[in-house]
Write a protein that binds this ligand. Structure first.
Ligand SMILES: *Cc1c(COP(=O)(O)O)cnc(C)c1O
Ligand SMILES: [Zn+2]
Length: 416
C-alpha cells in the first residue's frame, strides 16, 4: 500500500512493518500501532475537488485514506455517510452557537462500530481468512456479525453475560457463533484472546487491531465534508475502550495534514461515573487503573480500556477535555434527545450528550462555540434501559369516555 509508511508503536515509538505484525513485537499488547500515512503522496490526489466530484456516498469514498487494499470494491454493507442534522431545538436549549448531531444510529447495524467492522471484514477477506472473532460489550460484535454475513465470512463472538437482548438478537440473526461469557467484558475479552491465539481467527478486537481506528476515523471526514470543510469548535463523544475518540482525532488530523481544514476540533470525551478509568487518568496523570463496570451504559462499561494511550493523546492534542456523568443524567439525556430532536439514542451514546450539557454548564464549552455531538448507537438496541427513563405501563379501556378520564389524569400529573 503506497499511501502507508509504517505502524508506529504508541508505547515505544518503534516503527513496525504492518505487513508483518499488527502489534509492536517488543511491547506486545501494550504496543498498539498507529498507522502512519504518506501525506505528501496523498496530497497529490486527495484535494477538496476530489471530494466534491466523488459520487460514492458510503465508506468506500475514503478507500484511498484507510489501510485496506483499495483496488477491489467488494459487496459490503453500505456503511457510513450517516446524516448530520442541525439540532435546532437543543441549540436553543443549550444556548450555544450551533449543535449538530451526527447520527450513527443510522448505520446498517445501528452503531458507529460498523466503520471498524467494515475494515475488519474487508481485511480478513483480502487475507483469505474465513473466520473473524472479537469480544465486545455488544455493538462491535453485532456489527462484525452483520458485516461478515454480507461478505460470507464466519464470526465467533464473545459477549459479557449482561449484553442487552436487542444486541444479542441482532447477533443471532446475523448468524454469529455466540459465546455468552459468564462474567463481565474483561472476562469475555480474555477468553476471546486465548481462543484467537489458539485457533488463528482474524482478530477484530478494536484496540489490538490498528486498522479498526482507521475505519472509525471516517466519521470525522464526513463531519468535515458535511459542514463544508468548516471544522466545528468541539466534537463530543462517549468513551469506552477509547478507539472511537482516537479515531476521531486521527480523521481530523489526516484532513489537517492534507490541508483540508485549518484547525482540529477540541474533543470532549465522556465516561460514566460508574466506570471512568480514562477520565481518571486524564485528570490525575496517573496510569490507567482498572475500574468496576458499574453503569447501565453497557457499550462504555469498559473496566480495562484497551486503547487508553491513543485516547488520552487524542483529547490532549486536540486541547479538549473529559467529563463523567451519572446513570441518572444518562437516562435524562436519552429523554432529551428523543423529545427535542427525534433521536433515539442508546444509553452509552446519550452519555455523550449528558456530558455535553455538563460541559456547557461548567463553561468548559462556551456559548459562542459550535458543537457536533455524535450519536454513537441506536436506542432500539436496548429498550429495557430506555423504558427506565420513560415508564409507561398504563392501559386504557377502548372507549372514548375512558380516554377522556385518562387524558385528564395525565394532564393533572404533568401540571403538578
Ligand atoms: C463502542 C461504543 C462507544 C465507545 O467507543 P470506544 O471505542 O469503546 O471508546 C460509544 N458508544 C457506543 C454506542 C458504542 O458502541
Ligand atoms: Zn513498542
Amino acid at each position: 500500500m503506497k499511501h502507508i509508511k509504517y505502524g508506529l508503536c504508541v508505547s515505544c515509538n518503534q516503527k513496525v512493518d504492518l505487513n508483518q505484525s499488527n502489534t509492536c513485537p517488543k511491547c506486545k499488547d501494550k504496543g498498539i500501532l498507529d498507522v502512519v500515512y504518506d501525506y505528501k503522496y496523498l496530497k497529490k490526489t486527495i484535494t477538496k475537488s476530489f471530494f466534491t466530484e466523488h459520487k460514492t456516498f458510503n465508506i468506500w469514498r475514503y478507500k484511498d485514506l484507510i489501510s485496506i487494499k483499495a483496488d477491489e470494491i467488494l459487496n459490503t454493507l453500505s456503511v457510513g455517510w450517516t446524516p448530520l442534522m442541525f439540532a435546532n431545538n437543543l441549540t436553543k436549549q443549550l444556548a450555544v452557537k450551533s449543535l449538530h448531531i451526527k447520527d450513527e444510529g443510522m448505520q446498517p447495524t445501528g452503531s458507529l462500530k460498523d466503520r471498524a467492522s467494515f475494515v475488519a471484514v474487508v481485511k480478513a477477506y483480502q487475507l483469505g481468512k474465513d473466520t473473524i472473532a472479537c469480544a465486545s460489550t455488544g455493538n462491535a460484535a453485532t456489527s462484525l456479525a452483520g458485516n461478515a454475513a454480507k461478505l460470507g465470512l464466519k464470526t465467533v463472538i464473545f459477549v459479557p453475560k449482561r449484553a442487552p437482548l436487542g444486541k444479542t438478537a441482532q447477533l443471532l440473526m446475523y448468524g454469529a457463533q455466540l459465546v455468552r461469557v459468564d462474567g463481565d467484558y474483561k472476562a469475555a475479552y480474555n477468553l476471546s484472546k486465548q481462543a484467537i491465539d489458539k485457533y488463528h481467527w482474524y482478530n477484530r478486537n478494536a484496540a489490538v487491531n490498528p486498522h479498526m481506528v482507521e475505519g472509525k476515523k471516517t466519521v470525522a471526514y464526513e463531519i468535515i465534508e458535511q459542514l463544508d470543510f468548516e471544522a466545528p469548535d468541539w466534537v463530543v463523544v462517549s468513551v469506552g475502550d477509547g478507539c472511537t475518540i482516537a479515531g476521531l482525532y486521527k480523521g481530523f488530523y489526516d484532513f489537517y495534514k492534507l490541508g483540508l481544514i485549518n484547525n482540529i476540533p477540541k474533543l470532549l470525551g465522556v465516561q460514566s461515573e460508574g466506570c471512568a478509568p480514562i477520565y481518571q487518568s486524564f485528570h490525575t496523570n496517573h496510569d490507567i487503573k482498572e475500574a468496576d463496570e458499574n453503569t447501565l451504559a453497557d457499550s462504555i462499561a469498559v473496566g480495562i480500556p484497551r486503547n487508553p494511550i491513543k485516547a488520552l493523546e487524542a483529547v490532549k492534542k486536540s486541547k479538549g477535555t473529559m467529563v463523567k456523568v451519572s446513570d441518572e443524567a444518562i437516562l435524562k439525556a436519552m429523554k432529551t434527545l428523543g423529545n427535542y430532536e427525534g433521536i433515539f439514542a442508546e444509553p452509552a451514546s446519550a452519555a455523550g450528550y449528558a456530558g455535553l450539557k455538563d460541559a456547557v454548564q461548567k463553561n468548559l464549552i462556551n456559548h459562542h462555540e459550535s458543537i457536533v455531538f455524535i450519536n454513537t448507537g441506536n436506542g432500539l438496541k436496548d429498550i429495557d434501559n430506555a423504558l427506565k427513563s420513560v415508564p409507561n405501563k398504563d392501559v386504557v379501556k377502548a372507549d372514548l369516555k375512558a380516554l377522556e378520564n385518562y387524558l385528564e389524569i395525565k394532564d393533572e400529573m404533568n401540571d403538578s
